[in-house]
Design a protein around this ligand. Sequence first.
Ligand code: GLN
Ligand code: ZN
Length: 743
Amino acid sequence: MLGIPRIGPRRELKKAIESYWAGRIDAESLHAVGRELRQSQLTGLYAAGLDSVPVGTFSYYDQMLDTAVLFGALPPRVAAIADPLDRYFAAARGTETVAPLEMTKWFDTNYHYLVPEIGPETEFSLHPEKLLGELKEALDLGLPARPVVIGPLTFLKLAKGIDQDPLRRLAELLPLYRELLRGLAEAGAQWVQLDEPVLVTDLTADELAVVGNVYTELASASDRPALVVATYFGRPGPALPVLASTPVEAVALDFTAGTTVDDIVAVAALRDKLVVAGVVDGRNIWRTDPDQALTTLATLLGSTGALVVSSSCSLLHVPYSLDAEPELDAALRSWLAFGDEKVAEVRMLATALHSGTDAVTDELTVARAALASRWADGRLRDDTVRARLSALGPEALNRAPASKRLPLQRDRLDLPLLPTTTIGSFPQTPAIRKDRAAMVKGTITPEQYRERMRAEIAEVIALQEKLGLDVLVHGEPERNDMVQYFAEQLDGFAATANGWVQSYGTRCVRPPILFGDVARRAPMTVEWIEYAQSLTDKPVKGMLTGPVTILAWSFVRDDQPLADSARQVALAIRDETVDLQAAGIRIIQVDEPALRELLPLRTEQQQHYLDWAVAAFRLATSGISDATQIHTHLCYSEFGEVIDAIAALDADVTSIEAARSHMEVLDDLNAAGFALGIGPGVYDIHSPRVPSVEEMERSLRAALKAVPAERLWVNPDCGLKTRGPVEVEASLRNMRAAADAVR
Ligand code: GLN
Ligand code: ZN
């Protein structure tokens, strides 16, 4: 295993950390929980038959942050905090006075890491206590421990440079890596794993040369452990021969994300290396096809010096164990492999490879039967859905031109200049969560739950009326999560009871599992929105999650292209928009906050992705009349490669994040030919601060420099579900006043 989850099988670590933050337990107790989790997990992995176990992937928050600590690269603003643990958490989450590190997505996964800041004030220094401590702990237990460290290229390329390109600091960092390797060897590590996922992204010729130099230098020391350089999430391409030409002993490769046997055969230098073959998918939850994996492994045997079977990447991205899912549909359960089951798969494949398949006959039989049952299951195909999709022509993706739509919508909606609205959710109060928990437990009936949610909606509508907002929302009280809510109602998706995966820090999510063709059984949102609309004359926005986001935040099927799954989800959303319209709803918002997240790591694959992602959104939003207004919401404002796609979505109104990044994004949108309605968030909802009227007025005036008033909307920069009711009311009142002032 290249890495393992850390949050705890029952989220023990999450709970302990949050207790520590709340002052309910002290550092000693927190460390005790961590120690106990590490020891039981590593002992368990070894007992399950792994030849070596990873140490150092344990973390109280994030491994990139741990690496910044390891090399003395925390920003100066936290340096004044004396206690190391509190300093660590301050860098992760901020304090009243200190801003945290930025957080961003770890490659194309749903895990978020903290972005180290490397600036002129950064003076690298080595602090290996955590790693050495965890190594000693494992060695004392008699475990063959393999320390895992993020490699220098990935660490620096993913860091944020203050006034300089972080890669230019490589020469200062490498001696510390060498010192670290020496220390780990002295402490008893036979192998060290250096993670370099950045090698599967596009690298320039200069960067490729740097890859060669770095690993030649690190491997040239004599007092070091054996080195395995781990690549994952894609195919290293030209980086592979470069890496293979250095003296490192081993390379880990991801055979579930594009790397092929031919890639290996083509690199003669690999014949002297150990290859760690990631044939068990560390990111998705499907059982591995053992025959396919064994074919790959058998072919690799002749082209490599030695072969080790492994997961494709860290198991951070999958839940701990299927043991925690007794309620799951039995057939579906047999098709899956979570963390524990993946460990068993790796062991089984390694045994079969080295001792022959006869040594694992029973396990092979079970695996083959499970796969046969999967491919024979009727739920994988819904012929009605497929027939409907193939009958759709290109016109299904097109609405009338905006010039025709907008006058129709204007007449129908009769909105003032600079219309005010919100992004959808209102505070998910403890009372709402309690009601939902009670409904799930059965202590209140679904009817009682429905009444409580309707009462919430009525309150939210009344508040918006009182504040004088122009386009209202129902507030989304009935949604546990913007993806899970839909997945629970769609055929083809299953939900887990305990399938928690770390998203960042102590935040965990339970992604739904998409296993079959998607079909909408019945309207999913109409009743709630219709009720909300019945309480007001102002337009209430229907609120849906877009196909790309639903897929991005789920475990997706591996037996058809994602683009095909996206079309099926889009069709279900399209049906919902048609029903909303029939119920009298005049504006429908389809959120796509994950549009940029799924962008492939390699440039050459990006256009294909953007084409199908945009097509899926348009399929979902083109089934309604030209007089119905489509809104979309994206959670960010650094569009980069996706900027043309935003215009291509052809949504009548797009709300984006802009409060923190100022209004410069509007110029970028203009340059990309975007000419529709735009709502650049005028205040940041990520903090409890109530912004002043003047502040939001300034934002609006800045926006008006780039966008004519006819196209500008006034809204916060994201949903309000994480905020408190008091600050929400105050902020929205100021927002309305700012709009009035500018009007
Ligand atoms: N409509 C959603 C909300 O307001 C959008 C959230 C999001 O984009 N992440 O909560
Ligand atoms: Zn958002």
